[in-house]
Design a protein around this ligand. Structure first.
Ligand SMILES: [Zn+2]
Length: 122
């Protein structure tokens, strides 16, 4: 078992914090969703069994509603709901690239250019 989070741009380690870590689910359909959301190519060719044994995600990638904290059991346990899917990932580098591409496509007119266009019409 690797002790760091498998999510992109996440460097959290299970040994460094008291943050909860969750193994990939063995259920193939649910495991596939986790892999899809992670968007990490090196996870895609692994079997659910391999992922379950060697990879985990930290609690920051899950909506709080997907995490149940049970204070009744000791030691303090954090468990995921049966159908929990990680949805919170830092994909900012990817998003920035697409945004800058869009920005180049949209040409903003300067005030001078707008004035020239208006003059041509009249
Ligand atoms: Zn993480």
């Amino acid at each position: 078992m690797r002790n760091f989070c498998a999510a992109p741009n996440c460097t959290r380690k299970s040994t460094q914090s008291d943050l909860a870590f969750f193994k990939f689910p063995r259920d193939p359909a649910r495991c596939q969703k986790w892999v899809d959301n992670c968007r990490r190519a090196h996870l895609e060719d692994k079997t659910p069994d391999q992922l379950n044994k060697h990879y985990q995600l930290c609690a920051t990638h899950f909506e709080t509603s997907m995490i149940c904290r049970t204070i009744h059991s000791s030691p303090y346990r954090t468990v995921l709901r049966d159908n929990a899917i990680p949805t919170i990932f830092d994909l900012t580098s990817h998003l920035n690239n697409t945004q800058s591409r869009h920005r180049k496509r949209i040409k903003e007119l300067s005030e001078d250019e707008i004035r020239t266009l208006k003059q041509k019409k009249s």
